[in-house]
Every structure is written in C-alpha cells, then in structure tokens.
Design a protein around this ligand. Structure first.
Ligand SMILES: [Zn+2]
Ligand SMILES: [Zn+2]
Length: 396
C-alpha cells in the first residue's frame, strides 16, 4: 500500500504531500488534490517508513525505522523506532530476542553479585564446632530448626516464618533464639537467601537482614558435608543424658520456665485478639505471669488468663471505657485472682489446651527428648522437684 502511494505520486510529490499534511492543511482538500481514494483518517498510515539515519540498531548497526505519526498525536508522542531486520525497538523495556539475552545475562550477573556479597559476610570456620560448648537451649533450638526446616542430607535450613508448628511459642522468643544461634555462628545466612531479605551498604557490609525470612545454612563445620553428621551427633547427645556437658542439667528449670512463660503469653495474646483488644506483653506482664507460674501449672495459669480477658471484655461492654483501658485491666486481674486463689487455697481447674495455642517444636523437644515431662510440661508447676521422676535417665 505504502509503496503504492510512492509509486503513484513519485518521490517529489510524496514529500510535498507529507509536508503539507503536517502544515495543517485540510486533509480532505489534500486527498482531492492528490486524487487519492482513501478515508481522511487513513492518510498518514499510507506514508512510507522514515529511516532514522542518526539512530542505528544497537545490534545490527543499520538505521532504525519509524512510522509517521498522525497529526493529532504529534504533540503527545512519537511512534517507536524499530529495526527492520531484528525487530529491536528503541525503548527501555524492549523484548526482542537480543534484548532478552542481555537481560538474562544481567539477571545472572545480579544473582552472582548478590551471592558474592552473602559469601562476604559468611563466617569461615577453621575447625568444627565443639558441641559441648553449646548451651542446652542452643542445642534444642538448633535441632528444632533442623527438624522443621532442613531437607534430607542438606545443610540448608528454610526460613523460620515457614515452619509448622512454630519453633517457639511466641515470635518474640523465636527471634531471641535465632539471634542467639546466629551470634554463636552455629547458623549462617545461606547463599540462596532472596535479595529482599538482606540489605548491604555500598561497600558490601551487612546493614540489616530479615531474621524470620532469610534462608539459613548450618555452620558447624569447616567442611560443609560434616554439618549433617554433627547435627546427628547433637541429637544423640540431647537424647542421652550421660553425654550431656555438666552445664546442661542446670539449665533445665530455666528453659521450662521460659517456655511456660511464653506459652502463657501466647494464650493471652490469642484471647486478647479474639476480643479485638490490643495488648503487648511488657516487663509487668512478664513479672506477673512468672510469679503465677511459681505456684501454678500452665493449664491452671490459663484459667486466670481466660477469666481476666473475659472480665475485661464484659467490663468494656458495660462501661464507656476504651478498649485500651479495658485491656490494661487484664494483667492486674490475673495478679489479684491468682493471689487470692493461693491465699484461699482454691481448687483451680485446669483449662484445656487451646487448639490455636498448640505445641511449638521447642516444647515438644523439651518435654519428650530432653526430659520425660510429656503432658506434665503443661500440668505440673515448673519446679526442680518435678524432674525427679521424669528426667530421662530415671525413666529409662
Ligand atoms: Zn537490529
Ligand atoms: Zn531489543
């Protein structure tokens, strides 16, 4: 068609037509004068392609071509220049075959660069970690992470946020645990961690990382493949009390208390959110719940928590108080009621485990592998004498 127009008019006449079209002459007059059999809106589409002598294809080194724009679109945008040979288009996000190859190469380059930076912050071990240097808490935390996130025969551990069940009863505790394992250089950020999960400054130093979403790898050995063997040794060590370092026994009660406390936080948090209240466990909550757990098991502590949250909810409904004020009453209620229960020797009933407040892997490992507490973890008061009939060596 375009050639037809050129053939019909000849080069000189065509140039004149184009020039007069853009000098805003009436299109119907032009069509008539040049004796063209076309619609008014179709005229500019018949103009031949322009060759842009100063704009060459980056791949073929020949002049790019461009269509003539319509008069009305002239002030908005220019048609995109393109290569008649390779179809490359002169735009930022061209998808021609050449540009796709370049983009892939750049993508691979970016990945390699990202991995180089991760490699730069990894700890290089010169020897194997001595497993007896680990605390009991670190040992079961590491086993927990491996059980939930490690693939078969692999030293890679998936992000903590993907675990089911959770690693620890609360996110607060999970963060503390993972931070401790990382600080002790028992785990490292894996090369496979996605770009968005770590932030570097211009000189490649680590500024920040998303602790719950980074990919981890074991860092127990100078030799990657030994990591898996060392985890198996650690599991054996936790299981058999005769292999325990001297310090572990002394940690048992503290671990129980800490896990129990966080299990109560979690129960409290679930009930509070069910009632649309906002509540953050702070120092006061920690103090009061720790005192409650000195005299009551977790399931009995649930009773005080349950009653306090329901009292606050009904107080909120009956009075013109804010949710915040109502929520603030909860912890005081737990304190008063538990003190009265103790003074008046109430027979406090055990509340059942809430299905949404299930057992995290740490509680499972602690109550079955490290001790033989089993359900006693929830039904006994966390005191040292509770272990006397339940620690594994006595049970065996
Ligand atoms: Zn080209
Ligand atoms: Zn292209």
């Amino acid at each position: 068609m375009k050639n037809d127009l050129l053939k019909k008019l000849g080069e000189t006449k065509l140039k004149e037509l184009i020039s007069r079209y853009y000098s805003s002459e009436k299109i119907s007059d032009l069509i008539e004068e040049f004796q063209l059999d076309i619609k008014i809106s179709g005229l500019y589409k018949l103009f031949p392609l322009k060759e842009l002598k100063d704009n060459k294809c980056a791949y073929c080194n020949i002049a790019l071509k461009q269509r003539y724009p319509s008069r009305s679109s002239l002030k908005y945008n220019q048609p995109i220049a393109f290569c008649g040979t390779c179809e490359h288009r002169d735009i930022f996000d061209c998808f021609c075959n050449h540009c796709k190859v370049i983009e892939n190469e750049m993508g691979l380059h970016a990945i390699a660069e990202h991995q180089r930076k991760i490699g730069g912050i990894q700890t290089i071990r010169t020897d194997n970690v001595n497993l007896t240097d680990l605390s009991l808490m670190q040992a079961i935390s590491l086993l927990g992470m491996c059980r939930l996130g490690r693939g078969e025969d692999s030293d890679l551990i998936s992000p903590v946020n993907t675990y089911y069940p959770e690693l620890a009863p609360t996110e607060m505790m999970t963060i503390d645990i993972v931070e401790s394992l990382y600080a002790k250089q028992l785990i490292d950020i894996a090369l496979t961690t996605p770009e968005g999960t770590v932030t570097f400054n211009e000189v490649g130093s680590l500024i920040d990382f998303d602790l719950l979403n980074v990919h981890w790898c074991l860092n127990l050995s100078k030799n990657e493949s030994n990591n898996v063997d060392l985890i198996e040794q650690l599991e054996e060590m936790v299981r058999k009390k005769e292999l325990w370092p001297n310090t572990w026994e002394g940690e048992l009660l503290d671990i129980w208390k800490e896990l129990a406390l966080h299990q109560c936080y979690r129960y409290l948090q679930i009930l509070v959110e069910d009632h649309g209240f906002q509540f953050r466990a702070g120092k006061k909550t920690r103090k009061i719940l720790s005192v409650v757990l000195e005299d009551f098991s977790i399931l009995k502590s649930y009773y005080f928590i349950w009653v306090a949250v329901h009292n606050a909810a009904s107080y909120y409904l009956r009075n013109t108080t804010s949710k915040r004020q109502a929520a603030n009453m909860i912890i005081g209620d737990i304190q008063r009621r538990s003190e009265r229960a103790l003074a008046e020797e109430w027979d406090v009933k055990e509340y059942s485990k809430n299905s949404r407040c299930g057992e995290s892997i740490l509680i499972a490992l602690f109550s079955t592998l490290t001790t033989s507490l089993g359900r006693g973890f929830f039904t006994k008061i966390p005191v040292i004498s509770a272990f006397s009939n339940t620690t594994r060596d006595c049970a065996n």
